[in-house]
Design a protein around this ligand. Structure first.
Ligand SMILES: [Ca+2]
Length: 276
């Protein structure tokens, strides 16, 4: 996964007779989100052009043929599409200084236009393409990947099934029998880079949540401890367990290690990015 490690190149350009600084990432491009291309002599001019086009969220500048690629999105923390590309450049529009757009800052050109400064004023010209009003910006933020996934538990009390833990509802819970080591697991269906695991305790008898191992693994019989919770828990408590780095895995297991006890939680959320 390419996280947003900034390899900053900084350039000064004149805009409205003032010096502004643009931050770029050298030797990187963001693929799969190019809206259109224009030929421009330098990456800094490409960035300035982007600052005057409302649909432009980031740029790639391909140096060998002076191509300015206008992207309709910025990479999120989960992006797999910010790639190494030697000699080329990437800049996010969210990092632009306001003054870069000059007189076009706050312009009222529409989505299908770019703004062109003209002395102390500006005018609007059509873009090379027709832009739809409804863009689908990809969701590249970490998400709860446990929601609705296949799960199971060591035993079931009445109708309190394992699926109640991943139904997205904090007022439903699963419930095992009283056992020495009651457990619950979920199959995320694919490998993910797990950022954190959140547990919402049941609204009553929350004290039963204690000595809990939270494990992550590639198979149910090959799990490693992600976090341990001593407890005892409180009713409806929202617990957050986070590692210092991503943990790759497909399965998550919760086990009370010091029974006999009953395991019953309302919800488990596995916040993760896809593995690139
Ligand atoms: Ca639930």
């Amino acid at each position: 996964m390419y996280h947003l490690t900034f390899l900053l190149g900084i350039v000064f350009v004149w805009a409205s007779c003032e010096l502004v600084v643009i931050k770029r990432q050298k030797d990187r491009i963001y693929t799969g989100h190019v809206l259109f291309e224009v030929l421009l002599p330098m990456w800094s001019i490409c960035a300035q052009y982007c600052s005057r086009v409302k649909v432009c969220k980031s740029i790639n500048f391909i140096s060998w043929n002076k191509t300015c690629q206008i992207n309709y999105a910025e990479p999120g923390i989960c992006s797999c599409e910010l790639l190494e590309s030697v000699g080329n450049s990437f800049v996010m529009a969210s990092t632009f200084p306001e003054k870069l757009a000059g007189q076009c800052n706050g312009n009222d050109c529409n989505l299908n236009q770019s703004c062109i400064p003209n002395e102390m004023d500006y005018y609007c010209v059509p873009l090379p393409i027709n832009v739809s009003e409804n863009f689908k910006t990809p969701n590249e933020e970490p998400q709860n990947v446990a929601l609705g996934k296949t799960c199971g538990q060591s035993s079931t009390y009445l109708n309190e099934h394992a699926e109640h833990v991943v139904d997205g509802l904090a007022n439903t819970h699963h419930h095992t029998q009283r056992e020495q080591s009651p457990y619950w697991w979920v199959d995320l269906g694919n490998f993910y880079n797990i950022m954190r695991i959140e547990v919402i305790n049941r609204h009553t008898s929350g004290y039963r949540l204690h000595d809990l191992d939270i494990a992550v693994g590639t198979r149910l019989d090959d799990m490693s401890i992600f976090a341990h919770y001593v407890g005892p828990g409180k009713n409806h408590e929202h617990l957050v367990f986070q590692c210092s780095r991503y943990t790759a895995g497909r399965y998550v297991n919760l086990t009370i290690t010091k029974g006999p006890e009953i395991l019953h939680v309302a919800e488990v959320m596995v916040i993760a990015c896809p593995v690139c």
